[in-house]
Write a protein that binds this ligand. Structure first.
Ligand code: SF4
Ligand code: SF4
Length: 291
Protein backbone atom coordinates (compact mmCIF):
# COMPACT_ATOMS: atom_id res chain seq x y z
CA UNK A 1 0.00 0.00 0.00
CA UNK A 2 1.37 3.44 -0.87
CA UNK A 3 1.14 6.31 1.58
CA UNK A 4 -1.31 8.06 -0.73
CA UNK A 5 -3.58 4.99 -0.76
CA UNK A 6 -3.34 4.83 3.02
CA UNK A 7 -4.30 8.50 3.33
CA UNK A 8 -7.35 7.98 1.11
CA UNK A 9 -8.52 4.90 2.98
CA UNK A 10 -8.06 6.65 6.31
CA UNK A 11 -9.97 9.72 5.18
CA UNK A 12 -12.85 7.49 4.08
CA UNK A 13 -12.72 5.65 7.41
CA UNK A 14 -12.89 8.95 9.31
CA UNK A 15 -15.86 10.06 7.20
CA UNK A 16 -17.87 6.89 7.64
CA UNK A 17 -17.05 5.15 10.94
CA UNK A 18 -19.85 5.39 13.54
CA UNK A 19 -17.41 6.27 16.34
CA UNK A 20 -16.12 9.37 14.57
CA UNK A 21 -19.02 11.33 16.07
CA UNK A 22 -20.30 11.70 19.62
CA UNK A 23 -22.72 8.82 20.16
CA UNK A 24 -26.07 9.41 21.90
CA UNK A 25 -25.44 6.63 24.46
CA UNK A 26 -22.64 8.59 26.17
CA UNK A 27 -23.26 12.23 25.14
CA UNK A 28 -23.13 14.62 28.12
CA UNK A 29 -26.15 16.39 26.59
CA UNK A 30 -28.50 14.93 23.94
CA UNK A 31 -27.77 17.82 21.52
CA UNK A 32 -24.09 16.80 21.31
CA UNK A 33 -24.93 13.49 19.61
CA UNK A 34 -23.61 13.38 16.05
CA UNK A 35 -20.94 16.08 16.49
CA UNK A 36 -17.77 14.89 14.65
CA UNK A 37 -14.38 14.96 16.40
CA UNK A 38 -11.90 15.36 13.58
CA UNK A 39 -11.20 16.85 10.16
CA UNK A 40 -9.22 14.87 7.56
CA UNK A 41 -6.04 13.46 9.15
CA UNK A 42 -2.41 14.04 8.14
CA UNK A 43 -0.29 10.93 7.61
CA UNK A 44 3.52 10.83 7.40
CA UNK A 45 6.10 8.05 7.67
CA UNK A 46 9.56 7.80 9.26
CA UNK A 47 12.31 5.27 8.62
CA UNK A 48 12.38 3.02 11.70
CA UNK A 49 16.17 3.28 11.65
CA UNK A 50 16.20 7.06 11.53
CA UNK A 51 19.07 8.20 13.81
CA UNK A 52 16.61 10.51 15.60
CA UNK A 53 15.13 7.53 17.49
CA UNK A 54 18.58 6.60 18.83
CA UNK A 55 19.07 10.26 19.78
CA UNK A 56 15.79 10.31 21.74
CA UNK A 57 17.09 7.28 23.64
CA UNK A 58 20.65 8.51 24.17
CA UNK A 59 19.83 12.03 25.37
CA UNK A 60 18.31 12.25 28.88
CA UNK A 61 17.18 15.82 28.16
CA UNK A 62 14.93 14.39 25.41
CA UNK A 63 13.86 10.97 26.80
CA UNK A 64 16.87 8.85 27.73
CA UNK A 65 17.29 5.07 28.13
CA UNK A 66 13.63 4.50 29.13
CA UNK A 67 12.69 5.29 25.49
CA UNK A 68 12.46 2.29 23.14
CA UNK A 69 13.58 2.51 19.52
CA UNK A 70 11.14 1.13 16.88
CA UNK A 71 13.09 -2.14 16.49
CA UNK A 72 12.92 -2.65 20.24
CA UNK A 73 9.14 -2.59 19.96
CA UNK A 74 8.96 -4.66 16.78
CA UNK A 75 12.12 -6.53 15.72
CA UNK A 76 12.62 -6.06 11.98
CA UNK A 77 10.57 -2.85 11.93
CA UNK A 78 11.07 -0.74 8.81
CA UNK A 79 8.72 2.19 9.28
CA UNK A 80 6.86 4.33 11.80
CA UNK A 81 3.59 5.69 10.43
CA UNK A 82 2.52 8.85 12.28
CA UNK A 83 -0.94 10.39 12.09
CA UNK A 84 -2.38 13.72 13.22
CA UNK A 85 -6.14 14.10 13.62
CA UNK A 86 -7.10 17.82 13.79
CA UNK A 87 -10.13 18.72 15.90
CA UNK A 88 -13.10 20.16 13.99
CA UNK A 89 -14.01 23.84 14.23
CA UNK A 90 -17.07 22.95 16.30
CA UNK A 91 -14.90 21.21 18.90
CA UNK A 92 -12.35 24.07 18.90
CA UNK A 93 -14.95 26.86 19.07
CA UNK A 94 -16.66 25.20 22.03
CA UNK A 95 -13.58 25.55 24.26
CA UNK A 96 -12.50 29.17 23.64
CA UNK A 97 -12.19 31.66 26.49
CA UNK A 98 -9.61 31.59 29.25
CA UNK A 99 -12.04 32.00 32.11
CA UNK A 100 -14.47 29.37 30.88
CA UNK A 101 -14.21 25.83 32.17
CA UNK A 102 -13.30 23.08 29.71
CA UNK A 103 -16.21 22.63 27.31
CA UNK A 104 -18.25 19.42 27.18
CA UNK A 105 -17.38 18.95 23.51
CA UNK A 106 -13.66 19.28 24.24
CA UNK A 107 -13.96 16.70 27.04
CA UNK A 108 -15.65 14.32 24.60
CA UNK A 109 -12.98 14.96 21.96
CA UNK A 110 -10.18 14.42 24.48
CA UNK A 111 -11.58 11.10 25.70
CA UNK A 112 -13.95 9.51 23.16
CA UNK A 113 -12.16 11.30 20.28
CA UNK A 114 -8.89 9.79 21.49
CA UNK A 115 -10.57 6.37 21.62
CA UNK A 116 -11.62 6.83 17.99
CA UNK A 117 -8.06 7.80 17.03
CA UNK A 118 -6.81 4.52 18.53
CA UNK A 119 -9.51 2.66 16.61
CA UNK A 120 -8.21 4.32 13.42
CA UNK A 121 -4.64 3.23 14.29
CA UNK A 122 -5.90 -0.35 14.75
CA UNK A 123 -7.61 -0.09 11.36
CA UNK A 124 -4.36 1.06 9.69
CA UNK A 125 -2.58 -1.89 11.34
CA UNK A 126 -5.31 -4.25 10.08
CA UNK A 127 -4.93 -2.97 6.49
CA UNK A 128 -1.17 -3.56 6.65
CA UNK A 129 -1.55 -7.02 8.23
CA UNK A 130 -4.01 -7.95 5.46
CA UNK A 131 -1.12 -7.36 3.04
CA UNK A 132 1.10 -9.72 5.05
CA UNK A 133 3.05 -7.18 7.11
CA UNK A 134 3.58 -7.09 10.86
CA UNK A 135 2.47 -4.13 12.98
CA UNK A 136 2.65 -2.84 16.55
CA UNK A 137 0.91 0.11 18.18
CA UNK A 138 3.15 1.19 21.10
CA UNK A 139 0.40 3.13 22.92
CA UNK A 140 -1.72 -0.04 23.11
CA UNK A 141 1.08 -2.48 23.84
CA UNK A 142 1.31 -3.96 27.35
CA UNK A 143 4.94 -2.76 27.52
CA UNK A 144 3.92 0.90 27.12
CA UNK A 145 4.79 2.94 30.18
CA UNK A 146 5.00 6.54 31.34
CA UNK A 147 6.27 8.18 34.49
CA UNK A 148 6.68 11.67 35.94
CA UNK A 149 10.12 12.88 37.02
CA UNK A 150 9.55 16.52 37.90
CA UNK A 151 12.48 16.39 40.38
CA UNK A 152 14.94 16.02 37.47
CA UNK A 153 13.64 19.01 35.52
CA UNK A 154 16.27 21.34 37.06
CA UNK A 155 18.88 19.14 35.30
CA UNK A 156 17.21 19.78 31.96
CA UNK A 157 15.35 16.45 31.91
CA UNK A 158 11.72 16.26 30.77
CA UNK A 159 9.00 16.19 33.44
CA UNK A 160 7.23 13.26 31.81
CA UNK A 161 9.15 10.25 30.49
CA UNK A 162 7.59 7.49 28.44
CA UNK A 163 9.04 4.63 26.46
CA UNK A 164 7.28 5.90 23.33
CA UNK A 165 6.14 9.37 22.28
CA UNK A 166 3.52 10.12 19.62
CA UNK A 167 4.85 13.66 19.22
CA UNK A 168 8.46 12.55 18.79
CA UNK A 169 7.41 9.89 16.26
CA UNK A 170 5.45 12.58 14.39
CA UNK A 171 8.44 14.92 14.50
CA UNK A 172 10.68 12.19 13.04
CA UNK A 173 8.11 11.49 10.32
CA UNK A 174 8.05 15.14 9.19
CA UNK A 175 4.63 16.07 10.58
CA UNK A 176 5.81 19.17 12.45
CA UNK A 177 7.97 20.76 15.13
CA UNK A 178 7.57 21.24 18.88
CA UNK A 179 6.04 24.31 20.50
CA UNK A 180 6.36 26.26 23.72
CA UNK A 181 3.06 24.69 24.80
CA UNK A 182 4.65 21.23 24.26
CA UNK A 183 2.44 20.35 21.35
CA UNK A 184 3.61 19.64 17.82
CA UNK A 185 2.88 22.35 15.24
CA UNK A 186 1.75 20.69 11.99
CA UNK A 187 0.54 22.28 8.77
CA UNK A 188 -2.93 21.93 10.32
CA UNK A 189 -1.78 23.42 13.63
CA UNK A 190 -1.49 21.97 17.13
CA UNK A 191 -5.14 21.39 17.93
CA UNK A 192 -5.77 17.65 17.68
CA UNK A 193 -4.42 14.22 18.58
CA UNK A 194 -1.47 12.08 17.42
CA UNK A 195 -1.01 8.36 16.95
CA UNK A 196 1.56 5.98 15.48
CA UNK A 197 1.98 2.46 14.13
CA UNK A 198 5.30 0.60 13.80
CA UNK A 199 5.46 -1.83 10.87
CA UNK A 200 7.76 -3.81 8.59
CA UNK A 201 5.78 -2.62 5.55
CA UNK A 202 8.10 -0.67 3.21
CA UNK A 203 5.84 2.40 2.96
CA UNK A 204 7.63 5.41 1.44
CA UNK A 205 9.35 7.70 3.94
CA UNK A 206 8.22 11.35 4.00
CA UNK A 207 10.74 14.21 4.12
CA UNK A 208 11.34 16.37 7.20
CA UNK A 209 11.07 19.94 5.93
CA UNK A 210 12.78 21.39 9.04
CA UNK A 211 16.08 21.11 10.88
CA UNK A 212 15.31 22.74 14.24
CA UNK A 213 12.94 20.94 16.67
CA UNK A 214 11.24 24.25 17.51
CA UNK A 215 11.37 25.80 14.05
CA UNK A 216 7.65 26.61 13.69
CA UNK A 217 7.07 28.17 17.15
CA UNK A 218 7.48 31.95 17.00
CA UNK A 219 7.53 32.36 20.81
CA UNK A 220 4.69 34.89 20.62
CA UNK A 221 3.41 33.82 24.06
CA UNK A 222 -0.24 33.91 22.99
CA UNK A 223 -0.70 30.39 24.39
CA UNK A 224 0.03 31.76 27.86
CA UNK A 225 -2.65 34.46 27.48
CA UNK A 226 -5.20 31.64 27.44
CA UNK A 227 -3.71 29.43 30.14
CA UNK A 228 -5.83 29.48 33.34
CA UNK A 229 -2.71 28.97 35.48
CA UNK A 230 -0.09 30.94 33.49
CA UNK A 231 2.10 27.88 32.92
CA UNK A 232 3.83 29.12 29.75
CA UNK A 233 6.87 31.41 29.75
CA UNK A 234 8.14 32.41 26.29
CA UNK A 235 11.02 34.38 27.80
CA UNK A 236 12.52 31.03 28.93
CA UNK A 237 12.56 29.68 25.36
CA UNK A 238 10.46 27.03 23.64
CA UNK A 239 12.44 24.07 25.05
CA UNK A 240 12.08 24.97 28.73
CA UNK A 241 9.34 27.58 28.88
CA UNK A 242 6.46 25.33 30.01
CA UNK A 243 5.89 24.82 33.73
CA UNK A 244 4.84 21.17 33.42
CA UNK A 245 4.16 20.76 37.12
CA UNK A 246 1.65 23.63 37.24
CA UNK A 247 -0.04 22.43 34.06
CA UNK A 248 -0.21 18.81 35.26
CA UNK A 249 -1.70 19.90 38.59
CA UNK A 250 -4.43 21.85 36.81
CA UNK A 251 -5.20 19.00 34.40
CA UNK A 252 -5.30 16.56 37.34
CA UNK A 253 -7.95 18.80 38.95
CA UNK A 254 -10.06 18.49 35.80
CA UNK A 255 -9.96 14.70 36.27
CA UNK A 256 -11.83 15.23 39.53
CA UNK A 257 -14.20 17.92 38.24
CA UNK A 258 -15.12 16.19 35.00
CA UNK A 259 -14.69 12.49 35.85
CA UNK A 260 -14.70 10.18 33.96
CA UNK A 261 -13.35 12.73 31.47
CA UNK A 262 -10.64 15.37 31.77
CA UNK A 263 -8.84 18.01 29.72
CA UNK A 264 -7.98 21.68 29.31
CA UNK A 265 -6.41 22.56 25.93
CA UNK A 266 -6.89 26.35 26.28
CA UNK A 267 -3.28 26.92 25.09
CA UNK A 268 -4.21 25.39 21.71
CA UNK A 269 -6.93 27.95 20.97
CA UNK A 270 -6.89 31.53 19.65
CA UNK A 271 -3.19 31.19 18.92
CA UNK A 272 -1.31 31.57 15.60
CA UNK A 273 -0.50 27.83 15.71
CA UNK A 274 -4.12 26.72 16.27
CA UNK A 275 -4.75 25.53 12.70
CA UNK A 276 -1.47 26.10 10.86
CA UNK A 277 2.21 26.95 11.00
CA UNK A 278 2.44 30.48 12.46
CA UNK A 279 5.03 31.77 10.01
CA UNK A 280 2.84 30.61 7.13
CA UNK A 281 -0.34 31.96 8.76
CA UNK A 282 1.37 35.33 9.24
CA UNK A 283 2.69 35.32 5.66
CA UNK A 284 6.35 35.19 6.75
CA UNK A 285 7.26 32.17 4.62
CA UNK A 286 5.67 29.32 2.70
CA UNK A 287 6.87 26.14 4.40
CA UNK A 288 4.68 23.09 4.45
CA UNK A 289 5.12 20.14 6.83
CA UNK A 290 3.61 17.24 4.87
CA UNK A 291 5.58 15.53 2.14
S1 SF4 B 1 1.04 30.46 20.67
FE1 SF4 B 1 3.00 31.26 19.92
S2 SF4 B 1 4.47 30.76 21.57
FE2 SF4 B 1 2.65 29.53 21.93
S3 SF4 B 1 3.12 27.59 20.93
FE3 SF4 B 1 1.97 28.82 19.44
S4 SF4 B 1 3.55 29.89 18.22
FE4 SF4 B 1 4.56 29.08 20.06
S1 SF4 C 1 -3.22 22.47 29.06
FE1 SF4 C 1 -4.26 24.14 30.18
S2 SF4 C 1 -3.11 24.35 32.09
FE2 SF4 C 1 -1.80 23.21 30.68
S3 SF4 C 1 -0.52 24.77 29.66
FE3 SF4 C 1 -2.29 24.41 28.34
S4 SF4 C 1 -3.76 25.99 28.98
FE4 SF4 C 1 -2.24 25.83 30.62
Amino acid sequence: MTLQELRQKLEQFVDTDEDHVIRPDYAIRPEYAGVPFFDAPLVCCADAEDPLFAQFQADPTIYGPFFRRPQEWLPGAKRVIAVFFPFTKEIRDSNRGKSEQTSDLWLHARVEGQAFLMKACRQIAAWLRAEGYRTLIPAEDEAFGMTRQFEKMSEGCPGFVSNWSERHAAYAAGLGTFSLSKHLITEKGVCGRFGSIITDAPVEVTPRPYSDPFEYCILCGRCNNNCPVGALHPEQGAARGKDLLTCAKYVDETRVRFAPRYGCGKCQLDVPCETGIPRVALGLDAKSSEG
